[in-house]
Design a binder for this molecule. Structure first.
Ligand SMILES: C[S@@+](CC[C@H](N)C(=O)[O-])C[C@H]1O[C@@H](n2cnc3c(N)ncnc32)[C@H](O)[C@@H]1O
Length: 184
């Protein structure tokens, strides 16, 4: 059966290798940060953003308990400020939109107002042969609206610069889906 999470990892691993630079734009509990940190290894670097201090604590715990190399930086700031902290080019960026799982603070979800500028900035940071992955959760109203705006935005980008695809379950429209954007 289709496993969207393994598909996401496959796209990241097509581009991200030992020694590379990556950004987790929505660190949450740090599962993606751990994956990126282990993929780029001790010679690489990963910067992760979240607006909730709890996310940084949880992610640091996760990185340490998984024995990740000392190649990460956790930043408590909104991802639309990424350019203040990260110098490109990066090889991979991940957005896993929505709210912090297990926190009960569903109001602290990603919002169109900052998600869209953050995605634009993330694209500016991408080098050649790189990838940006955006996972969308359309099961709540802001998530659905975020997904629609992102689809509109990504559809408007040049096919000569980017290859952009959407992976969505046809028979479960409220399930999470993702957009993968690869640079040429
Ligand atoms: C679905 S969770 C991410 C899950 C995470 N990638 C993981 O592996 O555990 C979404 C996260 O985005 C964070 N978030 C919301 N608005 C944000 C913003 N403007 N900038 C950065 N992070 C934000 C939330 O606090 C939440 O922790």
């Amino acid at each position: 059966m289709v496993d969207l999470l393994s598909l996401q990892k496959k796209f990241i691993l097509d581009h991200l290798h030992d020694g590379d630079t990556a950004v987790d734009f929505t660190m949450g509990n740090g599962y993606d940060t751990v994956f990126l940190s282990q993929t780029v290894g001790p010679r690489g670097s990963v910067t992760a953003f979240d607006i909730q201090p709890d996310a940084l604590l949880s992610t640091e715990r996760n990185l340490r308990s998984n024995g990740c190399p000392d190649n990460w930086r956790l930043i408590c700031a909104s991802h639309d400020r990424a350019r203040e902290f990260v110098r490109g080019p990066i090889k991979a960026g991940m957005f896993n939109l929505g709210y912090l799982p297990g926190s009960g603070r569903k109001q602290l979800t990603t919002m169109r107002k900052t998600t869209l500028p953050a995605v634009e900035r993330a694209l500016d940071l991408l080098g050649a042969d790189s990838v940006l992955l955006v996972a969308v959760y359309p099961g709540h109203p802001e998530g659905a609206a975020e997904g629609e705006e992102l689809e509109k935005y990504f559809s408007s980008l040049s096919r000569f610069r980017y290859s952009i695809a959407r992976f969505r379950m046809l028979n479960s429209p409220e399930s999470p889906f993702f957009i993968v954007c690869e640079t040429k």
